[in-house]
Design a protein around this ligand. Sequence first.
Ligand code: AMP
Ligand code: ZN
Length: 665
Amino acid sequence: MTDQQQIETLRKELRQHNHNYYVLDTPTVSDYEFDLLLKKLQELEQKHPEFHDPTSPTLRVGGAVTKNFETVVHDHRMYSLDNSYSKEDLEDWEKRIARVLGDAEVTFTCELKYDGASISLTYENGQLARAVTRGDGTQGDNVTTNIKTIKSVPLQLKGDYPPKFDIRGEIVLPFEGFALMNKERIANGEEPYMNPRNTASGSLKLQDSALVAQRPLDCLLYGIVGEKTGIESQWQMLEKARDWGFKVPTVAKLCKTVEEVLEFVEYWDLHRHDLPYETDGVVIKVNNLQQQDELGFTSKSPRWAMAYKFKAEQVSTVLNEITYQVGRTGAITPVANLQPVLLAGTTVKRASLHNADQIAKLDIREKDTVFVEKGGEIIPKIIKVDLGKRPAGSVPTNYIDHCPECGTPLTRTEGDAKHYCTNYYGCPPQITGRIQHYISRKAMDIEGMGSETVELLFKEGLITNYADLYTLTKEQVMPLERMAEKSAENLVKGVAASVQIPFERVLFALGIRFVGETVAKKLARAYKNIDMLMNASEEELVAVDEIGERIARSVVEFFRNQTNVETVERLKEYGVQFSLSEAQLENQTDTLKGLTVVVSGVFETVGRSELKKLIEDNGGKVGASISSKTAYLVAGDKMGPSKRSKAEGLGVPIISEQEFLGLLQ
Ligand code: AMP
Ligand code: ZN
């Protein structure tokens, strides 16, 4: 088989695997096997840039950055839907339809109304040409680079698709992925996102498509517009779209009567919580496309479709008490403690109140009867107060001004919704929170120790910061609740073993606000050891790729604090890793510091990925495309002529692989 044939075979195979996994939810190979195939394709594509294909499965990882999204006029307007809330509403709609269609028999397709961000995808000759947001319905933003990273969006269709058409759908963020994202944000000391819908639509407008690629977004399709050659009904359209490779949920039903429609609505109103993503109703459409045409549109919405909104699941209950939680970073979160009540299948005891403004806005008070609603959030929220039931003599909530755990006066900075306790070293939940973060799996991964153990050790006065962990002895730990000789031994061993954890993870473990896993890696790479990092100024930090002002300020503040410096010194004495290892350091220089280098073409001596690594190891940045900021273009064999002329036009030096290696000597 020639390389070209092999590339084509691999692309086809990988497309099918992607489809099985992301669209059908039934993978037929292991992740490992998939990765092997993908790697093989990547290598072949690198060797043969001349076989570039914009729909290749290797292009799903993103990387392109869009500063301003281009405005695009929709070929076919994106309409709203009329809403209905009752059997009567639906019967009225049926009568309006009959007035236009007379006695003709009418059937309905019922689909779920997915709650995310609307999207319109244009396919030309079976390839994704454009993805545009709904915008104002007439024109939206071109977000193609971001949409291409969503694995359930086919880049290349199969079967008997028309040469050109638009397909409409909804970009959603399934609950599970949303919860994972928030878990990570909390671990990084960031505010969790409020709900999946807003996060999904926010994702579409991210400038960096590589960030979009990391989000577990999904694309659910429901309608084709334009040339519908041969398709006669909405139902058939759903089937066709599925055949061509789109993800079209199978939860849909063809109904003959309004009664049947209502059964479908009632069923899903009850069972929608079993679905992996948010829905806010059912969309009912006249099935026959000929009839749809006859019915047409009003100025806002199709006459042939109707949304039936689920009743938001609300219950009313009594708010017994407002309590306040203190997080690892000192952020205060008010919590409503409720009279337990059943909501959407679970017993609810608590609801988030978010912050002081939220309490004031809704005028929420203790002993009030409140309406609680469950949206996509993990813990439910309070919608409003039942004022009619407010007890006599009730007074407005006085938001706390001192920390409930340590009594320190709270502060609140301009533009921050939350109050903070600044007693960094004396406030118990902040102390234990930091130690719990330090020992966590993605940080120092200390075995034999959990969150409760940290609290116990702290209560017993055995630890007040994470450096103290290294002084613990078996004898000290054994008397603790639920500890035995063996578990105490394991704990001490686990702590001792953590000195092997590499520098970048230690940096993450320190719990510097806004320094998550990725940022810690970047900083470790850029500064190589803790002393260099400690001495870095805000300006220097910001110069590091992807480090913004907020992170830079936080790092400088952390090391300006003498106690933090002392803790780090102690950790050093215990043998914790505070510099990149020999192996990591070897080959690292600052030769290319501040320089962006673009690599293009095929190389002989070292491969492309090796070249990129060399650039990064020597302090440079790998550029995705040529701009006036590019310091060098390393040109290999078979580099495209447009790249060459662009570099020449901008005066970017074009150097060979040998010349580049020479630079590093
Ligand atoms: P609205 O924004 O309330 O007027 O509702 C219209 C929106 O519902 C459309 O823009 C779609 O993005 C969305 N929608 C979600 N699911 C469906 C579906 N199955 N059929 C049609 N529209 C849907
Ligand atoms: Zn406090």
